[in-house]
Write a protein that binds this ligand. Structure first.
Ligand SMILES: [Fe+2]
Length: 456
């Protein structure tokens, strides 16, 4: 009897183990298969620096990629060939002039697929520290193209950009995306249909800076598609990984963190890299971006450990204190599919009920915040924005007490950053600016006496 029981247990274990192995293999092959895309992909821009630009595109067959480049449309000064045939093409052009427009065309030796017209150009970033103003479009969880909402938001943003032109310059400089760039699974075909095709006109002209979201992590496509500055190619300290990185654009330094798959503890390598990068930063404006919001009462709840396996809580408890110690100005997140924008906040690292009046540095009704003291003074306050509704819109209580604005609206956030002022405008699906805020730096006034949270 005992022998029979033991055999049953043994066979059950073997069956269970075999099923687990089969499931893991199946899952792995789905992830690998979902990383593939065969077809044409229009050009997009990666790894910019004042003197370099990377162009990426795809052709349906394996061909040697060709890039033509010039300072006027169709008037080519340079022709660059790849040194091998491929479907996925990557050419990094060097020796460019900072803050200069270059027109381009890309294709293969057989034919040029894209460009050669007035719509295909890029502008190299200015030198770090340049006083040239910077404009960014922030897309939140943008990768859903099925119901027309993404197109309406994109059209509204483009209309705003057209109404607020920058003569002689591209409509904007930075395309920031807060994660979940391709629903539902982050597969390569979904990136094509939900991200590259809908945003093609912008991607042709402006470098895309993505953030790793939970939906991007479901397939092996994100890191195939994006080349991110792990070696510090775009400014900032080399992170050694594409999961998190930093870059400079003129007077703006941006750190992009991975709240999805990286170690979120203060002893982890992302934290250690971030501290080094923040110590080295010399640009006056400091922006941070990661997918899981430290403050949200939208379709995700930052008070709940069980929400997204504690990632929102950990980002707030571990990374927000470090960012505030180095004077972060604006923190961008997504994941909650709505729009929430905080007051000027400092030292709020626990659940929302622990918020005290001392943590709110300005209640200014119209959202015009002033930070005083030398740049990077610690704990002078930061604005936290959840931008997660550039395509999807979900429900939630929208009652987080740090938020000055909580909107159940689709839209995108536009940033205009000048020497002393950062202006934010949330353009909604109907083309209306439904939130505005600004941060002005007055370095002539002494900083608030807030060296650490304990001293407040
Ligand atoms: Fe998400």
């Amino acid at each position: 009897m005992q022998l029979i029981a033991r055999r049953i247990v043994r066979y059950s274990l073997i069956t269970l183990l075999s099923l687990a192995v089969l499931f893991a293999l199946g899952r792995y092959s789905v992830m690998v298969y979902g990383g593939q895309y065969h077809g044409v992909r229009a050009p997009y821009l990666q790894l910019p620096s004042p003197t370099t630009m990377g162009l990426r595109w795809q052709t349906p067959n394996s061909e040697v990629g060709v890039l033509q480049l010039g300072t006027a449309a169709g008037v080519w000064g340079r022709r660059v060939l790849e040194n091998h045939a491929a479907e996925q093409h990557a050419i990094d052009v060097t020796g460019l002039t900072p803050a200069t427009r270059y027109y381009y065309a890309v294709g293969s030796e057989q034919r040029m697929y894209y460009g050669g017209d007035a719509l295909h150009f890029f502008e190299t970033p200015p030198l770090p520290g340049s006083a040239l103003d910077v404009r960014a479009v922030v897309l939140g969880d943008p990768g859903y193209a099925q119901d027309g909402a993404q197109a309406r938001v994109t059209q509204s943003v483009q209309a705003w950009l057209t109404q607020h032109p920058r003569p002689g310059r591209a409509d904007f400089d930075l395309l920031l995306a807060t994660g979940d760039q391709a629903y539902t699974s982050g597969s390569n075909p979904q990136f094509q249909s939900n991200f590259f095709i809908p945003y093609q006109p912008w991607l042709a002209q402006v470098p895309i800076w993505p953030t790793y979201g939970n939906h991007d992590a479901r397939r092996f496509a994100y890191f195939h598609i994006f080349d991110l500055p792990a070696a510090g190619q775009s400014g900032g300290v080399a992170s050694g990984t594409e999961h998190y990185y930093a870059f400079d654009h003129g007077q703006v330094h941006v750190v992009v963190l991975d709240s999805q798959d990286s170690n979120l503890s203060t002893g982890g390598s992302m934290y250690q890299w971030l501290e080094k990068d923040l110590q080295a930063n010399r640009q006056p404006w400091l922006l941070a971006m990661f997918h899981h919001p430290p403050y949200s009462k939208g379709s995700h709840d930052s008070d709940q450990w069980r929400d997204s396996w504690g990632r929102l809580v950990e980002m707030r408890a571990h990374f927000v204190p470090l960012l505030e110690r180095y004077g972060v100005d604006l923190v961008l997140s997504g994941h909650s599919h709505m729009y929430e924008r905080s007051v000027l906040l400092d030292c709020h690292y626990d659940v929302s009920k622990t918020l005290t009046p001392a943590m709110i540095l300005s209640q200014e009704a119209n959202g015009h915040y002033i930070k005083t003291g030398p740049i990077h003074s610690p704990h002078q306050g930061a604005v936290y924005a959840v931008v997660g509704s550039s395509a999807k819109l979900d429900d939630g209580p929208l009652n987080h007490p740090v938020m000055a604005r909580s909107l159940h609206e689709r839209g995108a956030l536009l940033l205009d950053i000048q020497a002393e002022t950062l202006q934010g405008n949330f353009v909604n699906e109907q083309g209306r600016v439904s939130d505005s805020f600004s941060i002005t730096k007055n370095t002539a006034q002494p900083a608030l006496n807030r060296d650490s949270c304990q001293s407040n």
